[in-house]
Design a protein around this ligand. Structure first.
Ligand code: MGD
Ligand code: MGD
Ligand code: SF4
Ligand code: MO
Length: 704
């Protein structure tokens, strides 16, 4: 930013993007909105490139400034008034529900929504629509680790400790995460640990920026994480590195796990994973001998059709080493979206009620129904999970005939997205609420333009379980409503006006009451406290409670206080390479783009830095295919094709192709991915499927 531009105002708030929720000041200058880094416990004054450029979103001339709707399938989107648009949605909902029952209208939410909005959306589905079918994009993200955490510890808080603990660890295993690119400011905590002599181990098919800064890189074949985890535990047992006192005092179920890992000797693990046996040994020793050790999970092991098994296998390792509940030690999942943690606690998940309560639990139903002023019998039972809901979407005869999408760009983010496109084209009613015309909004029947991050206040729960206040900086542009106003406006048209408020503070007060007594209890977190104390960790049941930065110090959340081991066998990915599709495709992120790019592709600096999709391959693999750097390559899987430029690197396995998923059109990675689901968490398998490479004619630059 030009230094002689006068700064007139500044508001302390947080970044629009990832779960680190870095603190920033948004300042008003003569040239428009600008960003200053702010000291907050997560970023300590640091921001990544996306954070620095986030003000572009506020200055954007590309915003949706009024509702759009379509006069019938095939007709173009045209401007409409809010009354007409909301009336159309309400009429569409009534028609579908009248013909096919309440569950035929489904809601799809997002982990970028504030806690207040996620709460209101869950209540809207159950109270105003009366549908069982609401789920959200967290199912695409870390649902497997969440399910594993619940099973093992009895509660799911991604990191059960503050990120400052990272700096105090002596050994850290990062399992399939690339925080150097996905959360750059968090690296200062890893750097601090390293400066104290800590050893860092990274398991990733690619030698990423994170892996390059590590002591040891374990370059496993995508999809083989459970075998690696079992191998590490096997070595820990053989070398007597396990903590038998801890196992005895704090856990249950060890014997079955010990028997299972007995057959994962390092040579066998090398054959399955491709990681040299000596490195499996070395990693286990580094972890097992460290006074304080952390096992941290990214999307690598999680976004697999055995994602829950993978997370449980690493939790087994952490428990056997006696880590969870000790300072500077433990297991944790590095949640990704801005409110990825809070978004999975308050009722936009198919099986869930606010405060991390369960919809199927009669006591929980009664507690929440009382706050909502409805009879528990009127609350639907658990509905379809995200990918199952999308698989059931369609026209006459389909289970889901209307879909209301808030804060998700499904055509770019969902697995097997070309097949999804056909189903979404067929639904009777597709409604998308978004600040921008995303690829999914562009095919909707009704588009509702909503406020974005700095245009309304609300709380977010970051990757540590720290609840923070994202403050409004400016009002939304004229013609733009907030999600809460949209929800309240629709509820009024559906006869549930009394139950909803468009005001975030009013919704926040009710939301906190609705969480009271639940596992994720926010009752003591008034906004002014949250602001003054730089965030509060849940549970925080009353105004005098200091919050809970560390869980599990004395007991786990199961009724008997013990953590649970779960035996896991390695089973392999749903789709294995074969003669026709000989390589493994894995997908993920680059630093300069966020998710489906609806936001970051509109930021010129980011678009210039990372303009288009690419396929990262090893030079030897490229040579076998007659490909050179920069060539156009066609990737083909059993689902479809995508075309992009070749990037060569020796930092990837020869059997693996990596494609980031931030782009639509011909480079859409999700035209390739498989919608195979984990049996427990229903997370899709973004991280491994079989692929073929062919030379392609020049790229067309075509979009969705
Ligand atoms: N720049 C940027 N930052 C982001 C985001 C973004 O889109 N862009 N998104 C945010 C969100 S929502 C999330 S969920 C987080 C995700 O954060 P990360 O988990 O760090 O990101 P990914 O790139 O999805 O995956 C991490 C690594 O897993 C590796 N991997 C692939 N397959 C496997 C496998 O089978 N096993 C193992 N062990 N590793 C594998 C990939 O090579 C990749 O380096 O990032 C958040 N931050
Ligand atoms: N192949 C592959 N696919 C993946 C992944 C992968 O690793 N590989 N990762 C998966 C993961 S971890 C995730 S989290 C998902 C993310 O997938 P998406 O959720 O589809 O990605 P976003 O681009 O974050 O989409 C959010 C949308 O919400 C809009 N938005 C922002 N703020 C608001 C708001 O306040 N209200 C409303 N109504 N809208 C808002 C944005 O403009 C954007 O269009 O992608 C998944 N897809
Ligand atoms: S690391 Fe995440 S929260 Fe921090 S500036 Fe970057 S995108 Fe924003
Ligand atoms: Mo995510």
């Amino acid at each position: 930013m030009d230094s002689n531009i006068a700064i007139t105002t500044g508001t302390a708030t947080h970044c629009p993007y990832c779960a680190l929720q870095c603190g920033m000041n948004v300042v008003e200058t003569e040239a428009g909105w600008g960003i200053e880094a702010r000291d907050f416990p997560t970023n300590r004054g640091g921001l990544c490139r996306k954070g620095w450029t986030a003000a572009t979103l506020l200055n954007s001339s590309d915003r949706l400034l009024g509702p759009l709707l379509r006069d019938g399938k095939g007709a173009p989107l045209r401007p409409a008034s809010w009354d007409e648009a909301l009336d159309r949605v309400a009429a569409g909902v009534r028609a579908i529900q009248g013909a096919a029952g309440p569950d035929a209208v489904a809601v799809f939410g997002g982990g970028g929504l504030t806690n207040e909005k996620a709460y209101a959306l869950g209540k809207f589905a159950r109270v105003a629509l009366g549908t069982a079918n609401i789920d959200y994009n967290g199912r695409f993200c870390m649902a497997s680790s969440a399910a594993a955490g619940l099973r093992a510890f009895g509660i799911d808080r991604g990191l059960p400790f503050p990120i400052a603990d990272i700096a105090g660890a002596d050994c850290i295993l990062i399992s399939g995460g690339n925080p150097a690119e996905t959360m750059p400011p968090i690296m200062q905590y890893f750097d601090e640990a390293r400066a104290r002599g800590a050893q860092i181990i990274v398991s990733d098919p690619r030698r990423t920026a994170t892996a390059r800064a590590a002591t040891l890189h374990l370059p496993l074949t995508p999809g083989t994480d459970a075998a690696l985890a079992n191998g590490l535990l096997h070595v820990a047992v053989v070398r007597r590195l396990i903590d038998t006192d801890y196992i005895e005092a704090r856990t249950a179920g060890w014997d079955r796990v010990r028997r299972v890992v007995a057959s994962y000797w390092p040579d066998r693990v090398e054959r399955i994973t491709g990681v040299p046996a000596r490195d499996v040994e070395r990693a286990a020793v580094l972890l097992g001998e460290a006074a304080r050790a952390l096992v941290l999970s990214g999307r690598g092991p999680e976004q697999q059709s055995r994602g829950v098994d993978n997370s449980l296998a690493f939790i087994n390792l952490a428990l056997a080493l006696g880590l969870p509940g000790r300072p500077g030690s433990g297991w944790g999942c590095m949640t990704g979206q801005g409110n990825g943690q809070g978004g999975r606690e308050h009722g936009q998940k198919a099986d869930q009620l606010p405060g991390y309560r369960q919809l199927a639990n009669p006591v929980h139903r009664a507690e929440v129904a009382q706050v909502w002023g409805v009879s528990p019998d009127t609350l639907p039972q658990p509905g379809l999970s995200a990918c199952e809901m999308l698989a059931q979407a369609g026209g006459a005869g389909a289970k889901v005939r209307g879909l209301l999408v808030f804060a998700c760009n499904l055509l770019v983010s969902a697995p097997d997205a070309a097949a999804l496109r056909k189903r979404l084209d067929a639904v009777d009613l597709l409604v998308v609420a978004d600040p921008f015309l995303s690829e999914t909004a562009a095919i909707a029947d009704v588009v509702l333009p909503v406020a974005q991050w700095a245009e309304e206040s609300g709380t977010m729960t970051n990757l540590e379980g720290r609840v923070l206040l994202r403050r409004q900086v400016k009002p939304p542009p004229p013609g733009v409503w907030t999600d809460l106003q949209v929800i309240a406006g629709l509820a009024a048209r559906l006869g549930a006006e009394a139950h909803f408020s468009g005001d975030p503070a009013t919704t926040g007060a009710e939301f906190r009451r609705a969480t009271a007594g639940g596992p994720a209890d926010y009752a003591g977190m008034a906004w002014d406290r949250v602001q003054e104390e730089a965030g509060l960790f849940w549970p925080c049941p009353d105004a005098a409670h200091p919050g809970t930065p560390r869980l599990f110090a004395d007991r786990f959340a199961h009724p008997d206080g013990l953590a649970r081991f779960h035996p896991v066998e390695y089973r392999g990915s749903a789709e294995q390479p074969c003669a026709e599709f000989p390589l493994v495709l894995t997908t993920g992120r680059v630093m300069g783009q966020y998710q489906t790019g609806t936001q970051t592709r509109r930021v010129p600096e980011l678009a210039a830095a990372e303009p288009a999709a690419f396929a990262e391959i090893h030079p030897d693999t490229a040579r076998q295919h007659g490909l050179r750097a920069g060539d156009a390559v066609q990737l083909t899987t059993r689902r479809g094709t995508a075309r992009m430029a070749v990037r060569l690197t020796r930092d990837i396995r020869r059997d693996t192709v990596f494609v980031p998923f931030h782009w639509s059109g011909e480079g859409n990675a999700n035209h390739l991915t498989i919608a195979a689901l984990d049996p427990v968490s229903r997370i899709p398998e973004y991280k491994a499927c079989a692929v073929r490479l062919d030379r392609a004619p020049a790229l067309t630059g075509e979009t969705e």
